[in-house]
Write a protein that binds this ligand. Structure first.
Ligand SMILES: [Co+2]
Length: 294
C-alpha cells in the first residue's frame, strides 16, 4: 500500500470515528432517526469525506440495513437498543465502524458481548494469522457471555470503492486455511443476539446499489440511474434520491430492481425476534494492526 492510499484510509477512518462519537450525543430517547441520519451524513461531508453507505440505524431485533426514509416517523425509545453503522470514504478508500447504544441496563451484557468479541478479534489482525482463528475468537467471546453470534452476518474485506471485498469474515467458527496478509483492509463486525443466532431478510428495502446498465424509458427511473452513478458502485439511500414524491421514487426503484439494474439491501431481522448488538472497526493488517476507526 503506498503512502497516498494509507493516508486516505487513515483520513476516512478518522472522519468515521468522529462521526460515530458525534452520534453518541444524538442517539437519545426522543430523538428522531431522520434527524440523526441527516446530522451525521452532513457532518461526514462537511469534514471532507464522502458517505460510503447510508447511515444504518437499526433498532432492537433489526441487525442491519435500516436507514430512515424521507418521511421517517421513528423516534428512539428508552427501551431501544440502537446500532449505528457508519461508512466514510476518501477517494474510494473506506472506513467502516459501528457501535450499539442502549439506555436500559438490561442490555449492557448483550452489548459487551459484541464489543469484547471485536476487541479480541482486532488483536489477531496480523500477517499470517488464519482467518478461522478470528472467527473462532469472536464466537467464543460472545458465547462466554451467554449469547449467540449471528451466524449469517459477516465482517468483510475493503477495497477501493468496494464495500464487500474478499474475504468474508464469519462470526462463527469454520474450518479453512485462508491466511490474512499484510496491508489487507478488514472490517470486523461481530453481532451478538439473545435470539436464534440468525437473521432473515424482511420485505422492507431502503438501501440500493447500481449494478447494471440497461436502457429505461421512464424518466423518473432515468433520474435515479443518473443519480446512482455518482456513488461509484457504493450503496445509496432511497432518502437521497432527488425526486419530489415517495410514490415516484418507489415506482422508479421497482422498475430498476426488476430489470436487474439495482441491487437491494433488505432490512435484516433476527429470525427468532431476539435483540442484536454490533460493534465494528476497520483495521489494516500489520504486525502492529492499524485500527483506522479507533
Ligand atoms: Co461493515
Amino acid at each position: 500500500m503506498n503512502d497516498k492510499v494509507l493516508e486516505s484510509y487513515i483520513k476516512a477512518g478518522k472522519i468515521a470515528s468522529d462521526a460515530r462519537n458525534r452520534s453518541r450525543d444524538l442517539v437519545k430517547p426522543g430523538k428522531s432517526l431522520l434527524e440523526i441520519a441527516e446530522n451525521i451524513e452532513n457532518f461526514i461531508r462537511d469534514s471532507g469525506g464522502a458517505v460510503a453507505f447510508p447511515i444504518n440505524i437499526s433498532l432492537n431485533n433489526i441487525g442491519a440495513h435500516y436507514t430512515p426514509v424521507k418521511d421517517e416517523i421513528l423516534i428512539i425509545k428508552d427501551t431501544d437498543i440502537v446500532k449505528i453503522d457508519i461508512g466514510v470514504h476518501v477517494d474510494g478508500y473506506i472506513g467502516d465502524t459501528a457501535y450499539t447504544g442502549f439506555f436500559d441496563e438490561r442490555y449492557r451484557e448483550l452489548c459487551d458481548a459484541s464489543r469484547l468479541a471485536l476487541e479480541a478479534a482486532l488483536e489477531l489482525c496480523r500477517p499470517g494469522v488464519k482467518l478461522s482463528k478470528i472467527s473462532l475468537v469472536i464466537e467464543d467471546t460472545i458465547k462466554s457471555l451467554g449469547f449467540k453470534p449471528v451466524s449469517n452476518l459477516t465482517g468483510h474485506g475493503l477495497e477501493r470503492y468496494n464495500l464487500h471485498a474478499e474475504p468474508q469474515i464469519p462470526n462463527v467458527k469454520f474450518s479453512g486455511e485462508y491466511v490474512i496478509k499484510e496491508d489487507q483492509v478488514l472490517a470486523l463486525e461481530p453481532f451478538a443476539t439473545d435470539g436464534m443466532g440468525m437473521i432473515k431478510e424482511s420485505d422492507q428495502v431502503m438501501i440500493f446499489m447500481l449494478i447494471g446498465k440497461k436502457p429505461v424509458r421512464n424518466s423518473d427511473a432515468r433520474t435515479v440511474i443518473n443519480f446512482a452513478k455518482r456513488f461509484g458502485g457504493l450503496p445509496f439511500s432511497e432518502r437521497w434520491i432527488p425526486l419530489d414524491s415517495r410514490i415516484k421514487i418507489r415506482f422508479a426503484l421497482r422498475e430498476l430492481r426488476e430489470k436487474g439494474i439495482l441491487y437491494d439491501y433488505p432490512v435484516l431481522k433476527e429470525a427468532g425476534g431476539g435483540m442484536i448488538s454490533q460493534f465494528e472497526h476497520t483495521v489494516i493488517v500489520r504486525d502492529e494492526p492499524i485500527i483506522t476507526t479507533l
